[in-house]
Design a protein around this ligand. Structure first.
Ligand SMILES: [Zn+2]
Length: 206
């Protein structure tokens, strides 16, 4: 876990000061710090969300997912002020921005409305979404991603954030797209790439 109040950019510069490895007791009620945070401090205030997401994902993926990553990517957060706060809107808009997106996150993206961070309620809301998705966006706050290892999980968040950046650029130029990827084209893509794209995201727009 990164430490509460620590900066992610310092993790590679002074890892022993910036994060820690914790061990939970058998009931998952207490933790102890095994390594790190040598200058004091405690794990991130989002520890409940991290642990609840791990709990859901360890079951959903049969133990394959071992990383839960939370960050505050600017373009994704910006979109939570202009898109409807629905799984359908965020998934479809971000899929449309780059052809790789439906292949990288075919299950889609979940959206949590604004809630007080750090507590149980937002952890429960996020872990509910994590039963279906590997990505959950927190309105006006940030993103959670789940994956098998650091490389895949950081890559997943970069892919979502890059797509969000493209949408911010498009929306900065015009309020309407002149052309985009159509539902039937997504279906063709899904077939050729062997991914399952839920039909609820391939709605007709009017
Ligand atoms: Zn946060």
């Amino acid at each position: 876990m990164t430490g509460s109040g620590k900066y992610f950019r310092n993790v590679t510069i002074k890892p022993e000061d910036s994060f820690c490895i914790i061990e939970l007791d058998d009931k998952g009620e207490n933790y102890r710090i095994c390594w790190g945070l040598v200058n004091g401090g405690r794990p991130t205030s989002e520890l409940p969300s991290h642990l609840m997401n791990h709990e859901v994902k360890v079951i959903a993926t049969n133990g394959a997912h071992r990383v839960i990553y939370h960050a505050h990517p600017a373009n994704t957060i910006a979109l939570t002020f202009v898109l409807p706060l629905t799984d359908e809107a965020f998934t479809r808009e971000l899929w449309e921005m780059a052809t790789e997106c439906p292949v990288v996150f075919p299950a889609g993206i979940g959206v949590v409305p604004w809630m007080v961070p750090g507590g149980r309620d937002i952890a429960v809301a996020t872990s509910e979404l994590m039963k279906k998705y590997d990505v959950a966006i927190w309105a006006h706050h940030g993103m959670f991603c789940s994956g098998e290892d650091f490389d895949l999980t950081f890559g997943l968040m970069h892919t979502v954030e890059k797509s969000a950046e493209i949408l911010v650029k498009v929306r900065s130029m015009t309020s309407e797209k002149r052309q985009t990827i159509q539902p039937d084209e997504f279906r063709h893509l899904a077939k050729d790439f062997g991914v399952d794209l839920p039909e609820k995201f391939l709605y007709e727009k009017h």
